[in-house]
Structures are given as structure tokens and as C-alpha cells.
Design a binder for this molecule. Sequence first.
Ligand code: GLN
Length: 247
Amino acid sequence: MSKLKVLHMYADMLDLYGDSGNMEILEYRCKMRGIECDVEKYSIDSKMPDFSSYDLIYIGGGADLEQQHISTDLQKCRKGIESAYKKGVFLFLICGGYQLMGKYYKDADGNKIKGLGLFDYYTVAEPDRRKRCIGNIIIRTDFMGKSVDIVGFENHGGQTKGVKTPLGDVLCGHGNCTKSQHEGYFEKNVIATYMHGPCLAKNPEISDYIIEYCINRNTENKVKLLKLDDTLEKQCRQVMIDRLIKK
Ligand code: GLN
């Protein structure tokens, strides 16, 4: 039986719009396939974990204040997270977590929070707080050779620039910046997105991409995931797509 070892970081601080639900979906979709999924939590003052011993590191989104609160502790984890990422551990990052893996996040008051600098992008918040990117969003992306339209909810002041490999093209909503054409950041073992929702509940393809990557990353005998019946999930998503994109 395969097993997934997950580290959920700062669940008590970075958890906007049901972001922790992503872990419930992951556990559920593993369970349906007989895959064991063990989610451990890490937060400020926890014992320093061996980041490389996990298959997946997950960080949710948070307000500027929470991002500031965790920033010193996050820097202490920099080496561990960087080396895990380089060894192929999957990073799944939502909004505030996404921003903090880049070079920096400068909030609306001009306070600069240092990021881990794993990636080249950087984020500067709109100084006018009324100009946040808020609302439902649809992006077109490619998973396992298939084009998929995924949906989520965004609420960020941060404008993320310098993204070389976005997650998808924006069909409706903002994305990385106000009225941007692109959303998120994507690498083989990284998905970073502004999509709350929770993202995995609305988009089963993303969960399955992550699970399949994780169970196959250390083995020669690659396994294809058992297909689940996602009729309801897809119907829900279609309702949102039809509502947002008038035909
Ligand atoms: N505080 C950040 C911003 O406003 C991130 C917000 C979030 O995680 N939703 O851009």
C-alpha cells in the first residue's frame, strides 16, 4: 500500500476561506484509493522537522498580519524547505504561502516581508486597499496532458510579478496581478496559486496530479491512479463557469 507523508505548515495562522480543507480533500482522495495519507502539522515553536522526509509540504493563505507573524520562523525553515524542494518534495502553496516562497512580499503599508527566495517572483501590494483582487476566478491550465478549466476564489492585494512559469491563463478574474493574463506558478513539483476555495475541493484534477506525483516520485514502477467518480465535483464547477462566463 502506498503512503503519502504530508507536512501542513502554519495551519493555525495561514488558513483563509477554507484552505485547510485542501488537506481533507487530499486525505479523502487517497483513502478512496487505499493510499494511506498522514498529515502532520508544523507551526511556530514546533520541533524543527526533517522537511525532506515528507512527500508534500503545504502552506495556506493569510492576511498581511499573519504573514508577518510567521515570517521569522519561516526563515528558520529556509534551508530545510529549499533542500526538500530540490530533492523533489512537492510544494503546494496558496496565496500568502505562494507569496512567501518568492523573493519578498511588500504589504500595503510598505512593510517588506522577506520570502524564502526559492523562486524569482516577488509581490508588492496595491497601496490603495480598495483595489484588491477579489472574486471568483477561472483559469485554463494543463494537467497530465489535458487542458482543464479550474475555478477558485481570490482575495489579495499583492501583485505578483516575475513569474516565468504560471499555472494557467486567466479566463475570468485577476490572477497574479490586477487584470493579469496569468495565474499562479507551476513546476513539476510546485503548484502555487491565489485560488482559495478550497482549491482541491473544486478541482479534483489538481489533487490527483499531486497524489500521483507523490506516490511515483521515488519509484521506477509508476502507478496510474484509480479513477474516481467526479461527476458532482465537475457539475458544481460547471455551474460556476457558466455563471461567470456568459455564453
Ligand atoms: N495578505 C496577502 C495579500 O493580500 C495574501 C492574502 C491571502 O492569502 N488571501 O495579498
